[in-house]
Design a protein around this ligand. Structure first.
Ligand SMILES: Nc1ncnc2c1ncn2[C@@H]1O[C@H](COP(=O)(O)OP(=O)(O)OP(=O)(O)O)[C@@H](O)[C@H]1O
Length: 259
């Protein structure tokens, strides 16, 4: 069980997240949604130990993760929003590097890395440098790296960016399979259709505060709205995008010199 308790993070006195609490149970897929700048990445950076909270704590199986970060990280698989992979390495070499850092044995590591790359459609690319990979291919290497050590907790931050239709469907099926295996999954995404389909619960955060925490079906029912997208727009009071788009196009024309 992942337990986020009263997390607050302030940057120069201004809270990026403010008293955030929620749990994710084994076998559960929880979607973490919010507009740009709402505090999603800040929360995830605290859970992965990259950032220290100003207040509050993160427990995994009842233990504060800061008590033993090394053993917590050994059970964590994380696909970051922005990754800085070693592009001069091949996909397989990258997985071998990650596996070695996690203390995996060399021989099974090579076999496992090769198998994961094959399943993710990268077998013919496994010896090519990552610099030659497309965005979606890099993303698939990162997904393989997150699965490599069979972690119990998986955090995916915007994992669909750059994935084509088939890879995105595979990823969706993978989430369902991971939850069937009892993994704890936190899924940050702006792709609300997918969140609605795969998540057991969704948490909506805006301006650093949690606005809702419920199964997507309950939210649409309670708020009498047809989709999670509408619920989200209502909760975070999104602007009238059509009107803003019209104003943008009107603003483009002002002062333009057309030859
Ligand atoms: N290093 C920093 N210094 C100061 N303010 C920061 C820093 N990092 C984040 N913030 C602020 O904290 C708030 C939350 O940012 P965060 O990156 O967590 O949002 P997010 O929900 O992940 O956004 P996005 O969807 O755009 O990735 C924002 O107001 C942001 O400006």
């Amino acid at each position: 069980m992942l337990s986020i308790q009263h997390l607050t993070k302030r940057y120069r006195g201004i809270p990026a997240i403010d008293d955030v609490s929620f749990d994710v149970a084994p076998g559960e897929i929880v979607g973490y949604l919010g507009p740009n700048g709402s505090g999603k990445s800040t929360t995830v950076k605290i859970i992965t130990g990259i950032l220290e909270p100003s207040a509050g704590r993160v427990l995994f199986d009842g233990r504060d993760i800061r008590e033993d970060m090394t053993s917590f990280r050994a059970g964590l698989g994380y696909v970051p929003e922005e990754a800085h992979v070693y592009t001069h390495l091949s996909g397989l070499e990258y997985l071998q590097l990650v596996g070695r850092l996690r203390g995996m044995q060399e021989k099974p590591l090579e076999a496992k890395g090769t198998r994961l790359l094959e399943l993710l459609g990268l077998q013919s690319w496994r010896h090519s440098p990552i610099t030659a990979y497309s965005k979606g291919m890099k993303q698939r290497v990162l997904i393989a790296a997150a699965l490599l050590h069979d972690p119990r907790l998986l955090i995916f931050d915007e994992p669909l960016s750059g994935l084509d239709v088939v890879s995105a469907r595979l990823f969706k099926d993978l989430l369902v399979e991971l939850s069937a295996q009892g993994k704890t999954v936190l899924y940050i995404s702006h792709v609300l259709e997918v969140v609605e389909q795969v998540c057991d619960r969704v948490i909506v955060i805006a301006k650093g505060k949690i606005l809702a925490d419920a199964p997507p079906g309950d939210l649409t029912r309670m708020m009498h709205l047809p989709s999670l997208e509408r619920v989200f727009a209502e909760l975070v009071q999104q602007q009238d995008t059509k009107a803003v788009a019209r104003d943008l196009v009107a603003a483009m024309a002002v002062g333009a010199i057309h030859g």
